[in-house]
Design a binder for this molecule. Structure first.
Ligand code: ISE
Length: 346
């Protein structure tokens, strides 16, 4: 595809995240336009399409994927629908940017890894957007430069002011902790081998029955430890912090201080970050701009992605499955995952 031709994208699932992506493609970054919008709520799809010049609603998600005026697909649909939708993208030979999770269990994610490998093309990118955030990329560059020495320990904090109704304890692992799983693999460049979830005294202000906060401890292949506090009902702000401790020093990102001001009568401070769209807006923009570029140039190389792929989605699903098991027992659970070099073509 030539550089001055727009990539035609179908966005499936236009809730908060999907609508944000439609807006991003339409109004913030160039090189692409949304031609098809789909959502399980027809009214919602119509509402978003009406705001998007040149976009039409397609009611059936599989028709949307197969549509002739669609070159590539963005999936912002609920996790349980991803497996069939991603497979349909592979069948249609269309590049797809799939929001996490790739699928909701490790077996189906592995099946997708294999199906993509069999095609001999890289068509699937998974939406782990933190890899595109300037602070995370700076931290990664610092680790890779060797200036921190060998990283030994990572501390993460992941706090949300609130989560949608129906969010349960396992979703804290699969929907929230999953980002720390990917960050660990990204920063340390190795797989996670075991997970333990510790359950501190639960927030009495959280919805009945939710184990929140949770503390996860990951062990990696080379024996490094990562601890992650995930607390999704703080009622305060969106806070994501990561500190890496190495043999020669430590580094921290996510202090999220922004502008600090002093005003009468005796106020000092800044503004809280309300949610992930504000915290990671730059990361999403960069992720999409790079993905669009990769898709447009992919035909030459068979590589239509520029970021985490199906393998990363599978690894995250396998670690989260161990996490959900550990949540039940409180015990350390070994991650059940095949070796990457055992899957041909990955
Ligand atoms: C949400 O789906 C996200 O991906 C956010 O980044 C995360 O902070 C939140 O906990 C999830 O529910």
């Amino acid at each position: 595809m030539s550089d001055n031709q727009d990539l035609r994208i179908a966005v499936l699932g236009v809730g908060i995240m999907g609508a944000d992506h439609v807006d991003r493609i339409t109004n913030k970054i160039g090189g692409a336009r949304v031609t098809v919008v789909n959502d399980y709520s027809l009214a919602r799809a119509e509402e978003i399409a009406a705001l998007t010049p040149g976009a039409r609603v397609v009611v059936d998600p599989f028709d949307a994927i197969a549509a002739e005026d669609v070159d590539a697909v963005v999936l912002a649909t609920p996790g349980p629908t991803h497996e069939k939708q991603v497979l349909a993208c592979l069948e249609a030979g269309k590049p797809v940017l799939c929001e996490k999770p790739l699928t909701t269990d490790a077996d189906s994610s592995l099946a997708i890894v294999k199906a993509e490998a069999a095609l001999g093309k890289k068509l699937i990118q998974v939406g782990f957007m933190r890899r595109f955030d300037h602070e995370y990329t700076q931290l990664k560059d610092l680790i890779d430069s060797g200036d921190l020495g060998r990283p030994l320990v990572v501390h993460c904090a992941h706090r949300n002011p609130a989560v949608p109704n129906g969010f349960d304890s396992a979703m804290i692992v699969k929907d929230s902790l999953v980002h720390e799983v990917d960050v660990t693999r990204f920063l340390l460049d190795e797989e996670i081998t075991s997970v333990q979830i510790i359950r501190p005294s639960a927030n009495s202000l959280a919805p009945e029955g939710i184990q929140d906060p949770q503390i996860a401890i990951f062990e990696t292949e080379s024996g490094r430890h990562v601890d992650a506090e995930v607390f999704v009902t703080t009622g305060v702000a969106y806070e994501v912090r990561t500190e890496v401790v190495g043999e020669l020093g430590s580094a921290m990102i996510g202090l999220d201080v922004g502008l600090i001001r002093k005003t009468k009568p005796g106020n000092w401070g800044g503004q809280i970050t309300p949610g992930f769209r504000e915290r990671f807006g730059q990361a999403y923009d960069t992720e999409f701009a790079r993905w669009i570029k990769a898709v447009k140039t992919g035909a030459g190389t068979g590589n239509y992605i520029d970021g985490p792929g199906a393998w990363d989605g599978y690894a995250a699903a396998a670690v989260c499955a161990a996490g959900v098991k550990s949540l039940e027992t409180g015990q350390r659970v070994v991650v059940d995952m095949v070796a990457r070099d055992s899957v041909a073509g990955v």
